[in-house]
Design a protein around this ligand. Structure first.
Ligand SMILES: Cc1ncc(COP(=O)(O)O)c(C=O)c1O
Length: 269
């Protein structure tokens, strides 16, 4: 039986960027060639990290909390001790004043992107199209296909600063082209960027945030590789919690990855 799919069903049955990459890897591995698998995600299990998780799992198994964790539906905001740990760590580390209402634990950043892409981008009740703006392309392949309204996605080609003598180049947002206006639903970028490793400068982030706050537009910063961990930034960067000068519900998403295990949470104001 081939059921008739809705527009959304059809959209969801396409390969997203991440699924396409995983499919390529499975097929390349199956082909039996002598490939070195450098990706995706976590090609290497670091013994120290594996041991840490083994120890944590053993601790949980023998703790009185085990039944609470495994046998109950939890709060949809996330496991309370984890919410508190994130809260205390970020407030202490960055001198912030977040409350637990600023934190949401999700099973994956992909699901966060999905919520954001479809809650903030797409058609409003009045039929107005709100865009999901990627200010710097290329950006993370996982962002492709998350919007159920593909025409909402707008990516800007980056400007490239080239220093031939110094033998380096850098991706920059092209502020001559970039438009954040009343048609924008939200802005999203990864910092550091997957796949380029580029880190938007603090000034560039602030400039984007300022453009967005003029129109009450949320800016989501995907910090999968940022400090405090795993800190895979090979250049100076300050984690910036974008706050707004207006009364907009500007929020900032931080998605952190710790080697072969990931935590995703969203901090928002
Ligand atoms: C920029 C970026 N964000 C997020 C993720 C992780 O996505 P998820 O949490 O859904 O595994 C990745 C994984 O490669 C990534 O590169």
């Amino acid at each position: 039986m081939k059921p008739v799919l809705t527009r959304f069903g059809n959209q969801m049955s396409h390969l997203s960027g991440v699924r396409a990459v995983m499919k390529d890897i499975v097929e390349a591995t199956r082909a039996g060639k002598d490939f070195i698998n450098l990706s995706a995600g976590n090609p290497v299990i670091l013994p120290e990290v594996e041991q840490m998780w083994r120890d944590c799992t053993a601790k949980l198994l023998s703790s009185a909390e085990y039944g609470e964790v495994v046998c109950r539906y939890g709060a949809s905001q996330g496991y309370r001790p984890l919410v508190e740990a994130v809260l205390n760590d970020f407030n202490g580390r960055f001198g912030l004043n977040l409350s637990d209402r600023n934190i949401l634990i999700t099973p994956g950043s992909q699901s966060l992107y999905f919520y954001a892409a479809n809650a903030l981008g797409g058609y409003t009740a009045d039929g107005e199209l709100k865009q999901m703006v990627l200010p710097l392309s290329p950006d993370y392949t996982g962002y492709g296909g998350i919007s159920l309204t593909p025409e909402a996605v707008k990516a800007y080609k980056s400007a490239i600063e080239i220093d031939e003598k110094g033998h380096w180049f850098k991706y920059r947002p092209d502020f001559n082209q970039l438009e954040i206006n009343e048609k924008t639903g939200f802005v999203l970028f990864s910092r550091p960027c997957n796949p380029t490793g580029n880190v938007l400068s603090d000034d560039e982030v602030r400039q984007i945030a300022a453009m967005a706050s003029t129109h009450n537009v949320p800016v989501l910063v995907d910090s999968a590789y940022a400090p405090p961990f795993p800190s895979l930034n090979f250049t100076e960067m300050t984690p910036i919690l974008v706050t707004t000068l207006s009364t907009a519900p500007v929020c900032q998403r931080q998605v952190y990855r710790e080697n072969d295990w990931e935590l995703r949470w969203e901090l928002s104001r």
